[in-house]
Write a protein that binds this ligand. Structure first.
Ligand SMILES: NC(=O)c1ccc[n+]([C@@H]2O[C@H](COP(=O)([O-])OP(=O)(O)OC[C@H]3O[C@@H](n4cnc5c(N)ncnc54)[C@H](O)[C@@H]3O)[C@@H](O)[C@H]2O)c1
Ligand SMILES: O=C(O)[C@H](O)COP(=O)(O)O
Length: 628
C-alpha cells in the first residue's frame, strides 16, 4: 500500500504496511493513572484500535471506556496488583453499608475505625485505596508510608481540608471526594441550627430536663424580615438561601467566585464581604477552609458586625478565630452562635466556646442523615472504584477534570502523545540533559476548544519515565516535570483541516540537546518529530525534516540512506535473514536520489549483530533502534 500524507513541510512519502500492523495498537490510557514502574502493582486498561473504523473509537458510558463493537472486546480491563490480587481498600471511618457493598464487589475492604496516626501509616503500606471522612488526617506521612501502592484517597464528603493535597500530588495519588450527596443534609442542618438558635430550643430543652419551666428566660427572635448573609454561595450556601427565603428572610450572599445570575435566579443579591457582615442580622458560613478563609472571622470582622448578630457555622471550625468569637459573645457583639464544626474536633471538654451559654453546638452532624450517608457512601465508592480502574474521575480534587466526551475524543491522541514523548527522548544523545520541550498542536479547532492538559501530561510521562525511575501520571505530571527542571511549552496552531477531529498533528521538539540520529534534528537544531492519528491509530509522520508514515507500535528502526533503488529489499533481507518480522515500512525523502529516511516497524528486537549489518549497508548513513 502506498500513501501520501500532507504536512506543512515539503516532502514525499510512501509507506508499506504489512497485514500484522492492522490488528492492534495497544496502549494504555488507564495505566497512565495507575502504572507504577519497577513492577509496582499496576492497574491497566489496554485500548485496541481498529485500523479501518472510526466507529470503533473508544468512548465512555458512565465514565467507563468502551468501544462500539463490544463483541470484539477491544478494551481489556485489568484491576489487580502484580500478584493478581484484588485491590485493598481501607475504610477508616464509618461508611454507609450500600457503599461498602459496592466496594466489596470489587476489592478487599478493610474497615478499621479510630486508628492512631501511627496505625494508619503502618496499615496504608498494603492498601491501594483509603476512604475517609472528616475525622482522619491524611498527612504527608500517610502518603510517604503508602508510596508505590496507595493510588487513591476517597473523601466521603465535601471538605478535603483534612487531606494534604500537595503531598498527594507529589506521590501521584489521586484524591476524589463526594461533593453532592450531603448538600441537602448540610443545608437542612444549617436551617435547623438557625431556627433552634433563634428560639433557644437547645437551651430551653436542657433547662426543662433539669426540671425547670423558664418561659421568660427563653424569649427568642423572629426570622421573618431579617437579613441573612450567606458567606460562600456554593452548593450548601445556595440551598440554605432557598430555605431561608421560605422563612421570609431577606437573603444576601458573599462569594467572590459565584456567578451573579445564579444568585439572582433565587432572589439573592451578591455583595462584598464587608457589606455582608455589616448589614446582616444572621450570618451563615458555607465556604471551604483554605489559607484565605482560615480565621477570616476574627476580632477585626466581628468588630464590623451589627451588635447582636447571630452566627451559624456548618462549614469548618477553622474559618472562625474561636477565641475572638468567645470575646465577641462575651461583649454582646455576637448575641448567639450555632456551631456544628470546630477547629479541633472533638473540642476540649472545657472549651469556652462550647460551654458558652449563648452557643448551640452539635458534633459535626451536618452530613449525618441516613439518606446523606447512604448517598455519600455510594458516591465515594463509585469514585474510588473508577479511579482504581483508571478512569478519570469527575470528582478528582488534585487532577484536571476532563469531561467524559472530551476524554473519549482524545483517547487515541493520548496514546500518540505518550509515544511521541517516548520516541523523542530516545533520540537524545545520552538520553539526558533535557531541559526544554516544545509541543505544537495543529488543529482546525479554536485553541480555546482544545484541552491539552492530558496530552501534555502524557508527553511528559513519555519523556520522563524512560530516563528516570519516576512514576508519572496525570496527577503528578506537571509537578514531576518541574521537579526535574523540565520546561514544557505548548503552542497551538490553527490549520485548515477537519474540525471533526480535535487534533490534526502533534509535534514534539526537544531543544538544546544533541541527537543520536542526526536526521531527527530540524534546521533549527532541535530534535523534531511529529505524529497524527489516522483511523484511530497513532502514526509517526515526520522525523527531523523528513516525512514518513508509520503506525506507532512495536519497535522502530529509523535509517537514513542515499535514496536509490534496492534499499528496502536490502535492509528487509537482513531483517528476514535474522528472523525479525517487519510490520510496516515507510520511506520519506527530501528529493529524488538525495537523502531518504526509512522507518521500519519490527515485531522483535533485532540483535546487535543484525543492527550492525544494517549499519554496514554502504548507502546507509546512520540508523537508530527505538522502542515504542
Ligand atoms: N457540617 C457538615 O457536616 C458539612 C457538610 C457538607 C459540607 N460542609 C462544608 O460546607 C462548606 C461548603 O460546602 P459546599 O458543598 O457548599 O461547597 P461548594 O464548593 O459547593 O461551595 C463553597 C463556596 O465557597 C466559596 N468560597 C470560596 N472561598 C470563599 C471566600 N473566601 N469567601 C466566600 N466564599 C468563598 C466558593 O466559591 C464556593 O461557591 C465546605 O466547607 C464543606 O466542607 C460541612
Ligand atoms: O465536608 C463534609 O462533607 C462534611 O463536613 C461532612 O463530614 P463528615 O463526613 O465527617 O460527616
Amino acid at each position: 500500500m502506498a500513501s501520501f500524507s500532507a504536512t506543512t513541510k515539503p516532502f514525499f512519502s510512501s509507506s508499506i504496511t504489512s497485514s500484522s500492523s492492522k490488528s492492534t495498537s495497544k496502549s494504555s490510557l488507564l495505566s497512565f493513572l495507575n502504572t507504577a514502574v519497577n513492577s509496582k502493582p499496576i492497574l491497566k486498561l489496554s485500548l485496541s484500535h481498529s485500523h479501518n473504523s472510526q466507529s470503533r473509537r473508544p468512548f465512555f458510558v458512565n465514565n467507563v471506556l468502551k468501544t462500539a463493537d463490544a463483541s470484539q472486546s477491544p478494551v481489556s480491563l485489568e484491576s489487580s496488583s502484580s500478584s493478581g490480587a484484588k485491590p485493598t481498600i481501607l475504610v477508616s471511618e464509618k461508611l454507609g453499608e450500600a457503599g461498602l457493598q459496592v466496594l466489596r464487589d470489587f476489592g478487599r475492604v478493610e474497615c478499621a475505625y479510630g486508628l492512631s496516626p501511627e496505625e494508619l501509616c503502618s496499615k496504608i503500606a498494603s492498601c491501594d485505596a483509603l476512604i475517609v471522612r472528616s475525622g482522619t488526617k491524611v498527612t504527608r506521612q500517610v502518603f510517604e508510608a503508602g508510596k508505590g501502592r496507595l493510588k487513591v484517597v476517597g473523601r466521603a464528603g465535601v471538605g478535603i481540608d483534612n487531606v494534604d493535597l500537595q503531598a498527594a500530588t507529589e506521590f501521584g495519588c489521586l484524591v476524589v471526594n463526594a461533593p453532592t450527596a450531603n448538600t441537602i443534609a448540610a443545608a437542612e442542618h444549617g436551617i435547623a441550627l438557625l431556627t433552634a438558635m433563634a428560639r433557644n430550643v437547645a437551651q430551653s430543652d436542657a433547662s426543662m430536663k433539669a426540671g425547670q419551666w423558664q418561659r421568660n428566660q427563653y424569649v427568642g427572635v423572629s426570622m421573618v424580615g431579617k437579613t441573612l448573609a450567606i458567606m460562600g454561595f456554593g452548593k450548601v450556601g445556595s440551598e440554605v438561601a432557598r430555605r431561608a427565603k421560605g422563612l421570609g428572610m431577606n437573603v444576601i450572599a458573599h462569594d467572590p467566585y459565584a456567578p451573579a445570575d445564579r444568585a439572582r435566579a433565587i432572589g439573592v443579591e451578591l455583595v462584598s464581604f464587608d457589606e455582608a457582615i455589616t448589614t446582616a442580622d444572621f450570618i451563615s458560613l458555607h465556604m471551604p477552609l483554605t489559607p484565605t478563609t482560615n480565621k477570616i472571622f476574627n476580632d477585626n470582622s466581628f468588630a464590623k458586625m451589627k451588635k447582636g448578630v447571630r452566627i451559624i457555622n456548618v462549614a469548618r471550625g477553622g474559618v472562625i478565630d474561636e477565641d475572638a468569637l468567645v470575646r465577641a459573645l462575651d461583649s454582646g457583639i455576637v448575641a448567639q452562635a450555632a456551631l456544628d464544626v470546630f477547629t479541633e474536633e472533638p473540642p476540649s471538654r472545657d472549651s469556652k466556646l462550647v460551654q458558652h451559654k449563648n452557643v448551640t453546638a452539635t458534633p459535626h452532624l451536618g452530613a449525618s442523615t441516613i439518606e446523606a450517608q447512604e448517598g455519600v457512601a455510594i458516591e465515594i465508592a463509585e469514585a474510588v472504584l473508577g479511579a482504581l480502574k483508571g478512569e478519570l474521575s469527575a470528582t478528582a480534587v488534585n487532577a484536571p477534570m476532563v469531561a467524559a466526551e472530551v476524554l473519549s475524543e482524545l483517547a487515541p491522541y493520548v496514546v500518540l502523545a505518550e509515544k511521541l514523548g517516548r520516541l523523542a527522548v530516545q533520540l537524545v544523545s545520552g538520553g539526558s540533559g533535557i531541559k526544554s520541550v516544545k509541543v505544537v498542536y495543529r488543529s482546525a479547532r479554536d485553541p480555546d476548544d482544545l484541552d491539552t492538559r492530558l496530552l501534555r501530561a502524557m508527553i511528559t510521562k513519555g519523556i520522563i519515565e524512560p530516563i528516570s525511575n519516576s512514576y508519572v501520571n496525570l496527577v503528578n505530571a506537571d509537578f514531576t516535570a518541574k521537579q526535574k527542571g523540565l520546561r514544557i511549552s505548548e503552542e497551538r496552531m490553527v490549520v485548515d483541516s477537519s474540525p471533526e477531529f480535535p487534533v490534526d498533528s502533534i509535534q514534539v521538539q526537544i531543544c538544546n540537546v544533541d541527537s543520536k540520529f542526526a536526521s531527527a534534528t530540524s534546521e533549527n537544531g532541535e530534535i523534531n518529530i511529529e505524529g497524527k492519528v489516522k483511523y484511530g491509530v497513532p502514526h509517526l509522520t515526520c522525523v527531523g525534516s523528513f516525512g514518513v508514515d508509520v503506525s506507532l507500535e512495536g519497535n522502530l528502526i529509523l535509517c537514513r540512506q542515499q535514496d536509490q533503488p534496492g534499499m528496502i529489499g536490502r535492509v528487509g533481507n537482513i531483517l528476514g535473514h535474522h528472523n525479525v518480522n517487519v510490520s510496516f515500512m515507510s520511506v520519506g525523502r527530501t528529493s529524488r536520489r538525495k537523502q531518504a529516511i526509512m522507518a521500519i516497524g519490527v515485531d522483535e528486537e533485532p540483535s546487535k549483530d543484525t543492527l550492525q549489518k544494517i549499519g554496514s549497508v554502504p548507502a546507509v548513513d546512520e540508523f537508530v533502534f527505538l522502542k515504542l
